[in-house]
Design a protein around this ligand. Structure first.
Ligand SMILES: [Zn+2]
Length: 199
């Protein structure tokens, strides 16, 4: 299935998608610029991306390799018979991005739920000076003294932490369940159908 530019830009507007891309790009936001050039031109050499963005060729290549590792771009290689040099033409391959985001989000959800169980079933202590948080067992092992500064550990009310984790879980679950982009394997098609239905 080939995505049109509008589908792709809608998808890239989603905060979960952006978060996963940032993770893939090691927080290097110039990766978004590289993607934008790929999306606009559909097929482009690394040289051309480098010129368009005024980015070092080496930087562009590193970003392209990261995206390639995640299977979000593809390339064709052509050999110049005279110079024996290869030219790489890159193109976007973002069809699998929604399922990748869904998989990563499910993993984050699993971790959040595990964390919630720990928070709900433990008593916590903290050091008001260092702002480190300890479980009851840890605090007991330290004799209720901060291992960093020696100050007395105080009981910590984790109600707010629990609230924040629950909100995060709800946000991610709603997004996976209700956003047509992620709710089915053919998310993008459904998103289109949804739009038509709303209009
Ligand atoms: Zn301390």
């Amino acid at each position: 299935m080939k995505l049109n530019k509008e589908d792709i830009y809608n998808m890239l507007d989603n905060p979960l998608v952006q978060q996963v891309l940032l993770e893939i790009l090691n927080d290097d936001t110039s990766g978004f610029d590289v993607l934008a050039v790929l999306i606009e031109l559909e097929e482009v050499t690394d040289d051309e991306i480098s010129r368009q963005l005024d980015l070092k060729l080496n930087t562009v290549r590193k970003l392209l390799y990261k995206l390639y590792d995640a299977r979000l771009v593809d390339y064709d290689r052509e050999k110049d018979e005279e110079t024996n040099w290869y030219t790489y033409t890159w193109k976007p391959a973002l069809e699998k991005l929604p399922s990748l985001v869904r998989k990563k989000t499910q993993h984050v959800l699993k971790e959040l739920k595990e964390q919630l169980i720990v928070e709900e079933n433990n008593m916590f202590f903290y050091c008001p000076n260092c702002e480190f948080k300890y479980t009851f067992e840890e605090a007991m092992d330290y004799g209720f003294r901060c291992p960093q500064c020696g100050g007395i550990l105080k009981e910590y009310n984790n109600k707010n932490d629990i609230k924040i984790i629950k909100e995060q879980i709800k946000f991610l679950e709603d997004e996976l369940r209700l956003n047509p982009l992620f709710s089915t394997s053919e998310g993008i098609k459904n998103q289109k159908r949804d739009k038509v239905a709303v209009v």
